[in-house]
Ligand binder design. Structure first.
Ligand code: M6R
Length: 604
């Protein structure tokens, strides 16, 4: 949660910081602010989104500064609680992402020493701690202050007395250095500075960096210099822009045919009929383990449930899927279990906590993530990148389908290693994977039908999604998409479960979206649809183009094309994303930045 940025170089810092914050506001958008060092340090901040705050900020001279966009944790959404936070003399400014657990105690001590606090944030304590020990060397002061902190943090600090210098430090919250020519950047995420540079250095936990326009120094917690390799990111700046779409979410939905190509790139060989991962991932998959436990949150959790179907269908490996926030306290510590964490951002606090515990227990760990250099990739034994490019909309879309396909590739690879998959079956999967972008493209062209269905949904106060088998997690994800962006209460159920309780909630005003794509359970789904209609609820079936029966049973039908039963879930997911999008759009909702949510959930 929260996006932070720092800049020092030759450009006007105001423009660089504001632009960076706009690209980071998916991380939080309660309030925002910047501090720029010119002849003095000047701070502008307020509640609301950066685009509104920008109007209040005058032209500022200064080529060094820091900025922040907030998702409130400690202290309400007020101007005082917005960052940057300042020292008593207002000469030191800091921005922070994370939580300082011992801030209350530190605050009491600092108040006794005469420090005056103006906010309710945990962050302000850091500014005063630095101030307390500052004697002309900001680097030393930050070291001394940070040694007193308990909790998680990415912090960026500037001092009016030492202009053209930025200090950054991270522990359990992301912070990445953007390496430029005669300029350098610090940010929570790469899109913040991608417009200026694609050369990056990732800080590890406990590391500090001291940045000027011509130099980057990295030190560990013992103040020993650390040599970091510069990495080049192959994301295109256009990936982090709307490219003419009204919302990032819509753009990212439409990115999906290309995303699928990217996920398969370098992994799938049609000619040799093989699937390739990096050497360490393949070694890990070939090793002996008693079970796989997949841990994740939110949309990544639903992708993991799809992954369970794939792995268990294709191999003899037992799979459990758990919410990271639960597994952390109740999960296995058995070293013979392989833990796979699925996380788009690679920064979700609950998922990271599981990874750390699993490693400490001697369990082997693998991460499926979209973000190279993220905390998860640094903790796990191995990682697989979903190669989807940056996803800016808070609602996960292209990264969900990329996670599903990655999990399918992993299942196929495991099946080959275990000898549980014949070459004919493998060939069929490969052909279907290759054809998948075409089917997704086809769904993307069905806007009129989907918009018409959104008209039926837009006034509902509650909607149910049902499915069986692999369509069940797709129903869960469909419901999550609708609720998070349209604010319509939506729940997903395994279709057979409705009669065990949820039926009590059905009324003629409760649309039920029934995903009906699995042959084995087709008749059972038809029976479920009948039961729902008998209670008077309208049924929107999501069915294959070739299904000639469904019209007799459902009130409305949304059609999808797909030859493959296993991969139809990807095509349906895209269709349900569009249904949620158009419904939210008709309701005039804040689609890219839904209320109370942030893209990267770095608090537990
Ligand atoms: O970055 P992660 O995949 O770990 O994030 C997990 C969830 O916070 C995330 O999927 C969330 O549920 C999405 N906003 C849903 O669209």
């Amino acid at each position: 949660m929260c996006g932070i940025i720092g800049y020092t170089g030759f450009r006007e810092a105001r423009a660089v910081l504001l632009d960076g914050l706009k690209r980071l506001d998916y991380r939080g958008y309660d309030s925002a602010g910047i501090a720029v060092i010119g002849t003095t340090l000047r701070v502008y901040k307020d509640v609301g989104e950066i685009a509104n705050i920008e109007k209040q900020i005058p032209a500022l001279k200064g080529t060094t500064g820091i900025g922040h966009t907030r998702w409130a944790t400690h202290g309400g959404v007020t101007k005082e609680n917005a960052h940057p936070q300042l020292s008593c003399d207002k000469k030191i400014a800091i921005v922070h992402n994370g939580i300082i657990e011992n801030y209350q105690k530190l605050k009491e001590t600092l108040i006794k020493k005469g420090h005056k606090f103006v906010s309710q944030t945990d962050t302000e304590v850091i500014a005063h701690l630095i101030d307390e020990v500052y004697d002309g060397n900001i680097e030393e002061a930050v070291f001394a202050a940070v040694a007193k902190l308990k909790g998680s943090y990415a912090i960026v600090v500037v001092s009016e007395n030492e202009p053209e210098k930025i200090i950054g430090v991270r522990k359990e919250s992301p912070l990445v250095i953007g390496v430029g020519d005669n300029e350098n950047f610090l940010a929570s995420d790469i899109p913040a500075f991608l417009k200026y540079t694609n050369r990056v250095m990732f800080l590890d936990d406990g590391e500090f960096c001291v940045i000027t326009k011509n130099a980057i120094r990295i030190l560990n917690a013992q103040k020993k210099p650390v040599h970091k390799k510069e990495e080049v990111i192959n994301w295109d700046v256009k990936d982090a822009e709307k490219s003419g779409f009204p919302h990032f979410m819509l753009k990212e939905i439409y990115d999906q045919p290309e995303t699928i190509h990217q996920v398969l790139r370098g992994r799938l060989s049609e000619i040799e009929q093989t699937i390739t991962f990096s050497e360490d991932v393949e070694k890990l998959l070939a090793s002996k383990f008693s079970a796989i436990h997949i841990v994740a949150c939110g949309t990544s959790y639903y992708a993991s449930l799809v992954g369970k179907y794939f792995i268990e269908q294709l191999t003899d490996i037992p799979v459990e899927v758990a919410l990271a926030s639960e597994y952390r306290y109740y999960g296995s510590r058995n070293p013979s279990v392989l833990v796979i964490a699925v996380t788009q951002s690679g920064e979700t606090a609950d998922t990271i906590a599981v990874l750390k515990d699993a490693k400490n227990s001697g369990m082997r760990t693998l991460v499926i993530t979209n973000v190279i250099g993220s905390t998860a990739t640094r903790i796990a034994d191995s990682y697989i990148l979903t190669q989807s490019g940056p996803e800016i909309g808070v609602a996960a879309t292209k990264t969900f389908t990329a996670q599903i396909i990655t999990l399918l590739l992993l299942s196929l690879k495991s099946a080959v290693l275990q000898d549980t998959l014949g070459s004919a079956e493998m060939y069929t999967y490969i052909i279907h994977l290759k054809e998948l972008p075409r089917y997704v493209r086809d769904v993307l062209q069905r806007t009129d039908e989907i918009k018409a269905m959104a008209e039926h949904l837009k006034d509902a106060t509650s909607a149910f999604y049902i499915g069986r088998g692999v369509d069940y997690p797709i129903a869960l994800e469909g419901a999550l998409k609708l609720k998070e962006i349209s604010y319509i209460h939506a729940e997903g159920f395994a279709a057979g479960e409705l009669k065990h309780g949820p039926f009590a909630l059905l009324t003629k005003d409760t649309p039920v979206i029934a995903v009906i794509a699995q042959e084995a359970t087709y008749d059972k789904m038809i029976a479920n649809i009948g039961e729902i209609k008998a209670r008077g609820s309208p049924v929107i079936a999501v069915a294959e183009d070739k299904d000639t029966e469904i019209e007799k049973h459902a009130d409305y039908v949304l059609r999808f094309p797909c030859e493959s039963k296993s991969l139809s879930c990807v095509v349906i997911a895209v269709l349900l994303q569009l249904l949620a999008y158009h419904t939210a759009n008709l309701r005039h909702c804040s689609i890219d930045k839904p209320r109370n949510l942030a893209k990267s959930v770095t608090v537990e």
